[in-house]
Design a protein around this ligand. Structure first.
Ligand code: PHE
Length: 326
């Protein structure tokens, strides 16, 4: 029995087989157990001899099984490690990475430029009350300037903001009369326009506002020129044309010289109107400021030679992918 069991254990080639053998020889109904059970029918002299022998065999088989078990487990681990080995020389599956939307790209560039000049980035709300969008900016109810910006009204007092200028007022109020105020604010604006290659009922602006003691038109000129040179390249020419906005006085329109298109307007600006400062709680005798507002799409279109504003909103991957490496 011992020999038969030993060779069976030695030739077991997996853990299941070994477990079966354990049951077969050492289990409750196993062969060795049967021998021990049968001891009752032996003579008193035979019993200790047979019993001792049986126990000895049991011990041997048990240690044989344990040894084999260890060897098989080790082998199993080894084959698993081999099977699960990763072949690092296999070519990978390329993952398609998205890219930053050109509008966000240009907003980030513009933010970086102004942050470099000491501006902070502020935020406003797209749904605005009439007071901030118009009233506080010196555009009363019957003012013809309201026609310049056809609006989407939600209620008679609430509308989608037509420009980012309400953030000027919100920022001044939040600063509670303290200076300096130096912010830019990017955001979406809405106007009732028929969409075409150059118009969109929703577009993006970046507002700028500086209020402090002794802020002058020449500082506005300097800030805008260094911004324009950083965005469109060193040496880009800029000109200011007199214009009109109810919330700035004097007001200007700012053009850059584009090698193919000639002079093109890129933003509106001016010295903050004393009435705007006053309404927001700043003494216009003591403080002055300038403000500007630019169309982000317009700037991106000029910089990247994009011919249709609708490209920004159509999510055509052929368009978007071109900005991957920018
Ligand atoms: N809010 C003006 C517009 O949308 C732009 C502007 C901003 C002009 C700030 C002057 C000062 O047209």
């Amino acid at each position: 029995l011992q020999e038969e069991a030993s060779s069976a254990i030695a030739s077991a080639d997996d853990l299941d087989q070994l477990r079966e053998l354990k049951v077969k020889y050492l289990g409750k109904k196993g062969e060795l157990t049967a021998v021990l059970r049968g001891m009752g029918s032996l003579s008193p002299e035979e019993r200790p001899v047979i019993g001792g022998l049986a126990n000895e065999i049991r011990g041997k088989l048990e240690s044989l099984i344990a040894e084999k078990e260890e060897a098989l487990e080790e082998a199993a681990l080894e084959t698993r490690l081999q099977e699960e080995k990763i072949d690092i020389t296999l070519p990978g599956v390329p993952r398609v990475a998205g890219s930053i939307h050109p509008l966000n790209l240009i907003i980030e560039q513009i933010e970086d430029i102004f942050v470099g000049m000491g501006f902070e980035v502020a935020e406003g709300t797209e749904v605005e009350v009439d007071y901030y969008n118009f009233e506080a900016l010196n555009i009363p109810k019957d003012h013809p300037a309201r026609d310049m910006q056809d609006s989407f009204y939600i209620t008679p007092e609430i509308l989608l903001r037509t420009h980012t200028s309400p953030v000027q007022v919100r920022t001044l109020e939040a600063k509670e009369g303290y200076v300096p105020v130096r912010i830019i604010c990017p955001g979406k604006v809405y106007r009732r326009d028929d969409d075409d290659a150059t118009h969109s009922h929703q577009f993006t602006q970046i507002e700028g506002l500086v209020v402090d003691r002794g802020v002058s038109m020449s500082e506005l000129n300097g800030v805008l020129l260094s911004f324009i040179e950083k965005i469109f390249g060193e040496g880009t020419e800029m000109r200011l044309r007199p214009s009109y906005f109810p919330f700035t006085e004097p007001s200007v329109e700012v053009d850059i010289y584009h090698p193919e298109k000639g002079w093109v307007e890129i933003l509106g600006a001016g010295m903050v109107h004393p009435r705007v400062l006053e309404k927001a709680g700043y003494n216009p005798e003591r403080y002055t400021g300038f403000a500007f507002g630019m169309g982000v799409e317009r700037i991106a279109m000029l910089k990247y030679d994009i011919d249709d504003i609708r490209h920004f909103y159509n999510n055509d991957l052929r368009f978007l992918r071109q900005f991957r490496s920018v």
